[in-house]
Design a protein around this ligand. Sequence first.
Ligand code: CUA
Length: 365
Amino acid sequence: MTAGGRAASFVRDGEGGGSWGNRGSPTFADVVSSAVIRRAAMVKMVVIAALAALVATLVAVLIRWLPESASEEMDRITFVYWFATIICIGIFALVAAVIIEAVWAFRVQPDDDTDGPPIHGNTRLEIAWTIVPAILVIAIGVVSAVVLSKNADAGSNPLHVKVFAQQFAWRFEYPGKVMSDELVMPLHRNVKFEMQSADVIHSLWIPQMGQKQDVVPGITTEIVITPTRTGTFTLICTELCGLGHAVMRAQAFVLSAADYEKWIAAEKAKAAATGSAAGKTLFTQQCGSCHRLADAGTQGEVGPDLDKVLAGKDADFIHESIVNPNAEIAPGFQPNVMPSTFGESLTDAQLQSLVDYLVKTAGKS
Ligand code: CUA
């Protein structure tokens, strides 16, 4: 019997040994009900599956694949990873058991060149191996969709932080126009990032926070992070953006709510001090030769005395007077004396510091 001892075991008792040719092809039921999948084989497969599951579980658990979570979003992402991993371990164990047992049980002699038995399908088994994976994949999809939606929810009172990315640096703007090169987040508060790029595509990622989002020129992208522990982290650009990509990093700090308030107050004071100094310098250089202003000590008389005409005026009026000087001409002065080009020649930041400075000082001394 050259078909090998194994092939013979496909044949039911009483049908005699020989080649498959004389009796047609066996159905799956023949195979199952035959001695091939015997009790012993089942036991062996269960043992192999348990071993495979154990090894896979050890690999999953003992190796630190993910950084220690520092945000609610990362907690949810980690859950998705484990959900999918557990399913994968189950499937791996099943497949490993069937393959190892099949390779062992149905191996042939080295000189056996005969065809294997042409086995027919099994409808019930095929339905099962279609439906079960479909359910598992849909389950992973549903869990992922729920997590994505929760991770995008900034809640009712998030801290808004604008992110400006450019080759190869990050800048962060806090409410009140406080600018910072470092990211500072208060503990347990939803932080909503609104991100813009000045040049190419960058991507914001703090590994312990899980969330990752591209920063794309021309549009504003968003991401939400809710820190769950204080500490120092590294914000990484994770989109290849040019020669300096690898160094496009920023420090990220998570502070307690009280420490965050202290930090933002200090930054505001610093910004006010430098903004005010910049506004005064700018005024002296650009406006002082034509305008009198006591705080700056300028004596110009080509244009109106600003301590008189700006007293009690708001920022909008001052801004308009700088960029569009003919909008309102002070009594006793002619239109077109003051250049109407300051709106273009000054940057927005310069204009802002000038307006801030004049709001604070004109007519106040
Ligand atoms: Cu920016 Cu890589």
